[in-house]
Design a protein around this ligand. Structure first.
Ligand SMILES: CC(=O)SCCNC(=O)CCNC(=O)[C@H](O)C(C)(C)COP(=O)(O)OP(=O)(O)OC[C@H]1O[C@@H](n2cnc3c(N)ncnc32)[C@H](O)[C@@H]1OP(=O)(O)O
Ligand SMILES: O=C([O-])CC(=O)C(=O)O
Length: 373
């Protein structure tokens, strides 16, 4: 007989990883031993992706080679490109990404191999293509054209350029780049776990990433950032405290608060709060930032809960001009670096992931023919 399950697998150690580590009591996050506070704002997203996928912060030569690989990897395959218009008309952003990454798997030159070198090449292509997929999807559904990706620009700069249609300021690029760094990896979160379960059957990287995207989409995980913005937009700026109390009294969760692992402030929220404030003030209308601050105070007073990564990311993306329904796709642009690194790590030292379950159904049922039921 199986042991009693831990609901939601809380505190269950499901994998060994050298990629990231969290101290939930102290509110600290590390990528391969580097404190997130040392990386954000000082290390680019490309360097961070290299750290996760290749195991070290790159030298200048390594970064140049990896950067060139990312630029080459941006090219979308024929199957993906020809299907974007129809998909953009029929699927919401995260659904579309799930479909497009699946199609990209068919286009990928390494699709039939799980070898380490093939996985690294696929990881680079997936990381390079994800922002391009979001931008092309957005252009297709709005009927607009987008500027070509500029090989001289970073992933962060190109993404803002392609989504907003205007050249971002240097500070906007720095802030968005830091957002991508902050979202890159996070131990055994639900989408990464989904990716590892899939990879552990020795399925391919694209299949694992499709599982991850479908899992990130949900509002209890990456989908929360979009819901935060929708909540802010639905609340009267002069009635924030009452609106939060009413929602809590009705048994609703306030999106962007609470975390399975952090029992104190999420270290990523510390950065995102500052960015939200800076961008809000620079925009000339920091209402959403001030509403967020008030929500934070009320939720803490009422429930003792801290904001998670999704809370202030919402207003940061809003101030950067990113449409609200692309907030979770932005998360996937960053997390692609971590997901792919986890697939590489899983394939490198694999064992099927197959937990047990506790049976709570009927026993000793007597079968009867269909006409007698
Ligand atoms: C990138 C990320 O995925 S970060 C998380 C993004 N998700 C969200 O922001 C959604 C809102 N937050 C939540 O739903 C949860 O805090 C989760 C899913 C993040 C963590 O869930 P769990 O660890 O399973 O905690 P659980 O949902 O059981 O919450 C524990 C208690 O705190 C309450 N609680 C947790 N989060 C919230 C919230 N955001 N608003 C109100 N109450 C909350 C629960 O109602 C529960 O109360 P109870 O014990 O009285 O029933
Ligand atoms: O770790 C989690 O459960 C969710 C999270 O914060 C993330 O994926 O970044």
């Amino acid at each position: 007989m199986a042991d009693k399950p831990t609901k939601g697998l809380a505190d269950v150690v499901a994998a060994s990883t050298a990629l990231s580590d969290i101290d939930g009591k102290a509110g600290r996050l590390f990528y391969r031993g580097y404190d997130i506070h040392d990386l954000a704002g000082r290390t680019t997203f490309e360097e961070t992706a290299h750290l996760l996928q290749h195991g070290s912060l790159p030298t200048r030569d390594q970064l140049a080679a990896y950067g060139a690989e990312l630029v080459r990897g941006r090219a979308l395959g024929g199957l993906v490109e020809s299907n974007i218009p129809e998909i953009a008309g029929k699927q919401a952003p995260m659904e579309a990404l799930r479909t497009l990454v699946s199609l990209a798997g068919a286009d990928d030159p390494d699709k039939d191999s799980n070898a380490a070198d093939a996985n690294l090449r696929k990881a680079a292509r997936l990381t390079a293509q994800q922002p391009i997929l979001v931008a092309h999807y957005h252009a297709a559904r709005t009927g607009g054209s987008i500027p070509d990706a500029d090989p001289e620009l970073s992933i962060a700069a190109n993404f803002l350029l392609q989504i907003t249609g205007r050249a971002p300021s240097q500070r906007e690029v720095e802030i968005f780049d830091a957002c991508l760094v902050l979202h890159a990896d996070h131990t055994m979160n639900a989408s990464t776990f989904a990716a590892r379960v899939c990879a552990a059957t020795l399925s391919d990287m694209h299949s694992a990433i499709v599982a991850a995207i479908g899992t990130l989409k949900g509002p209890l995980h990456g989908g929360a950032n979009e819901q935060v913005m929708r909540t802010l937009e639905a609340i009267d700026p002069t009635g924030v405290a009452q609106a939060v109390r009413d929602r809590l009294a009705a048994g609703e969760k306030i999106m962007g608060f609470g975390h399975r692992v952090y029992k104190t402030e999420d270290p990523r929220a510390t950065h995102l709060r500052k960015m939200s404030r800076e961008l809000g003030e620079a925009s000339g209308d920091d209402t959403f930032y001030r509403m967020s601050k008030e929500m934070e105070e009320v939720v803490f007073a009422e429930k003792g809960l801290y904001p998670n990564v999704d809370f202030y990311a919402a207003t940061v993306y809003h101030y950067l001009g990113i449409p609200t329904d692309l907030f979770t796709p932005v998360f996937s642009v960053s997390r692609m670096s971590g997901w792919t690194a986890h697939v590489i790590e899983q394939h490198a030292d694999n064992r099927l992931i197959r937990p047990d379950s506790e049976y709570i159904g009927e026993r000793d049922q007597k079968w009867t023919p269909i006409d007698e039921r």
